[in-house]
Design a protein around this ligand. Structure first.
Ligand code: NAD
Ligand code: ZN
Length: 288
């Protein structure tokens, strides 16, 4: 493995860090076979622009089309395995007192690589929940006033009296699989992937946790994120404002590149193990 040439003072700062945050975007998983939305070479997204189809409006208009698109995406996520970059991040847990992964990815690959403290800002593709309509146009059994959320799927769509009273119901048997859009067996709401779609808000609690991690850590590695979509894009800049060491890993420059303490031009799967090896001396991950 060739070592990265990094300013020795920066290496010292990283070695002294007690809490390292890894902030990752879609580029983190590109070499695992999950393409970024921007790199459409594979044709996976060729027919539909994700910004038109991964939205609550599109689901309301044509739930089956949106479901099918996510089934297709889930196939590539299920077929993917964590790459050497994911494994290097997991290995860092043995070398640094605290490692927090903050990811915009919905593929669950950090957990599969062995990372333990993970904030999934955009949710997880392979988890389902009930579709909620913020405008009060509820799915499933339509009612004027939404009652308390369904205990199974979280949707507010039916009064308790209309819910299926069978106590043995669960969502365990449901997944992103080809076929009609499933409905919650308790309340009748359509099920959807538990991800943050375009035009949806991030979970404020997760955002608070991510913000706090950026403020309280000692160093940040920002990997494969274009930093073009707020509010997540501001997170690494907050760490810079706080005076923490910030290193970027991305084959293409971003708004962070000129401000970061170091900008490594390379793919996550090769550059991350080299960075971990160069600074901390070991990058052997636990693997899957
Ligand atoms: P993005 O904004 O994170 O941009 C992708 C970035 O990855 C770009 O800056 C690109 O230069 C960089 N990149 C490409 N190849 C790389 C590599 N091998 N190593 C490191 N960096 C690399 O992501 P997006 O594609 O615009 O997607 C927007 C949102 O959609 C994401 O934040 C995410 O929520 C979701 N998404 C998730 C996945 C996933 O879970 N794997 C995949 C696609 C999109
Ligand atoms: Zn339900």
């Amino acid at each position: 493995m060739t070592f990265l040439r990094i300013d020795p003072r920066l290496v010292e700062r990283l070695r002294d860090a007690l809490h390292v945050v890894i902030f990752t975007g879609a580029g983190m998983s590109a070499e695992s076979g999950v393409p970024t939305f921007r790199d459409r070479m594979t044709g996976l997204w060729a027919r539909h622009d994700p910004q038109d189809i991964a939205t609550p409006e599109a689901f309301r208009r044509n739930p089956q089309l949106v479901w099918d698109w996510h089934v297709h995406l889930a196939e590539s996520v299920r077929a993917a395995t964590p790459n050497a970059g994911h494994r290097a991040i997991a290995a860092l847990q043995d070398l640094v007192q605290q490692v927090t992964v903050i990811t915009q990815n919905i593929d669950g690959l950090h957990a599969r690589a062995g990372s333990r403290e993970i904030i999934e800002l955009h949710g997880n593709l392979l988890r389902l929940r009930g579709f909620r309509d913020d405008d009060g146009r509820q799915e499933g059994l339509r009612l004027a006033r939404p009652p308390r959320p369904c205990p199974l799927c979280g949707a507010r769509c039916a009064p308790p009296g209309a819910w299926n009273p069978d106590p043995g119901l669960s969502l365990a048997g449901f997944g992103l699989a080809a076929g009609p859009v499933p409905r919650c067996p308790k309340c009748g709401a359509r099920l959807r992937p538990d991800v943050v779609w375009f035009n949806e808000m991030l979970d404020p609690d997760l955002l608070d946790q991510a913000w706090a991690a950026m403020e309280n850590c000692d160093a940040v590695l920002c990997v494969g994120a274009s930093l073009e979509v707020e509010p997540a894009a501001s997170l690494p800049f907050r760490a810079l404002e706080c005076g923490h060491a910030v290193i970027e890993i991305n084959p293409a420059p971003t708004a962070l590149s000129a401000l970061a303490d170091a900008s490594v031009r390379g793919g996550a799967a090769s550059a991350l193990p080299r960075l971990v090896e160069s600074v901390w001396g070991s990058a052997q991950g636990p693997g899957e």
